[in-house]
Design a protein around this ligand. Sequence first.
Ligand code: SF4
Length: 75
Amino acid sequence: MECQIIPEKCIACGLCQVYAPDIFDYTEEGIVLFKNDPHALIVTVNSQDDDAVTTAYRKCPVRAIEIVKNDQTDS
Ligand code: SF4
């Protein structure tokens, strides 16, 4: 699946890195970015990380994380 971040919405709560530490990291101000591609706003997530990213997406209090495309609806 693909995951999008919307840094303008991020309130630097830190929850997404708790749930998906391999995917999310932060700027010096605590604003979300992708750990492996800090300049990207959309990345393709490996299937083994789907659950962690989905949890982070659900927990983000301001919906600064979006699931763009979910091609494994039932895994
Ligand atoms: S959970 Fe949402 S608001 Fe909190 S740091 Fe991550 S993207 Fe930002």
